[in-house]
Design a binder for this molecule. Structure first.
Ligand SMILES: NC(=O)c1ccc[n+]([C@@H]2O[C@H](COP(=O)([O-])OP(=O)(O)OC[C@H]3O[C@@H](n4cnc5c(N)ncnc54)[C@H](O)[C@@H]3O)[C@@H](O)[C@H]2O)c1
Length: 255
């Protein structure tokens, strides 16, 4: 799909890390970008830099997402691109030193990463379906969700995160199929490890464990390397229904 100054994109989690890099890359292509985040400072700084719309939005809340989408519709128009990056890491063993993991720890991660992604998608898709198809590729829109290689190779202590990202991966094909009659593509990213505030916050031990299995390049990815992949996904109509790894060959070890 060709993108230009008439294209509207929502980027959740765009106040930091991968979402920020994607918001910046889209804006550099002239796209009108709306950032949905709960991190006010982060998103306002990014939005100011790239002249984007910053909307305070908790992806887990129906009301918050509904009113954020209304604001986008009123100020920018109906989005043709929705890139879902809002997420949290949240670690812990199912039975740790202090006993079984608190159920709320598990549900919190799943609620933000999986249910939040679903919540944004369902409300955005209903709007996208009303758009006219693009002239070039006859598409109404593209949804890009963020899974993780943890959907497949979760480490010890990543049970909640892996469950949430496995859920995001699993939604990809059924939704691509459901949305096919409307010309809306659904793709998920499965990033390896990228140098963002989320990863910078991990301990040296955790970072070394992750890096140990990077094949080439033997380093963490740069957010702009992921952002350029997102631009290609938007451009290439054959990318649909798949979970796409971008990981430098990384296969994470058990710990
Ligand atoms: N960095 C990596 O190596 C990596 C690898 C695989 C997957 N991912 C995924 O990529 C996405 C972005 O990660 P990142 O590394 O950029 O992290 P990050 O912490 O830098 O950014 C995440 C953003 O999501 C926002 N957010 C959290 N909860 C929210 C909520 N309820 N509503 C709205 N916004 C919310 C945060 O405020 C933050 O701005 C996440 O889904 C993460 O799981 C990251």
């Amino acid at each position: 799909m060709h993108i230009d100054k008439n294209t509207v994109a929502i980027v959740t989690g765009g106040g930091s890390g991968l979402g920020e890099a994607v918001a910046r890359a889209l804006s550099a292509q002239g796209v009108k970008v709306a950032i949905f985040d709960i991190n006010l400072d982060g998103m306002q700084k990014v939005a100011k830099d790239i002249n984007a719309l910053a909307v305070k939005c908790d992806v887990t809340s129906e009301q918050s997402v509904k009113s954020a989408i209304d604001e986008v519709k009123n100020k920018l128009g109906i989005p043709r691109i929705c890139a879902n990056f809002a997420g949290i890491l949240g670690g812990g063993k199912i039975v740790g030193r202090n006993g079984p993991m608190a159920l709320e720890e598990f549900t919190k991660v799943v609620n933000i990463n999986l249910v939040g992604t679903f919540n944004v998608m369902r409300l955005v898709m209903a709007e996208m379906m009303t758009l006219e198809p693009t002239l070039d590729t006859k598409e109404r829109g593209v949804i890009i969700n963020t899974s993780s290689i943890c959907a497949y190779e979760g480490q010890i202590g990543q049970v909640a995160y892996s469950a949430s990202k496995g859920g995001v991966a699993g939604m990809t094909l059924p939704l691509a199929r459901e949305m096919a009659p409307y010309g809306i593509r659904v793709v998920a990213l499965a990033p390896g490890t990228f140098e963002t505030p989320m990863i910078k916050a991990a301990s040296d031990k955790v970072r070394d464990g992750m890096l140990s299995s990077a094949v080439f390049p033997h380093r963490f990815g740069e957010p702009n390397e992921l952002a350029s992949f997102v631009l290609h996904i938007i451009d290439n109509p054959m990318l649909n229904g798949s979970v796409l790894r971008i990981d430098g060959g990384m296969r994470m070890p058990p710990k």
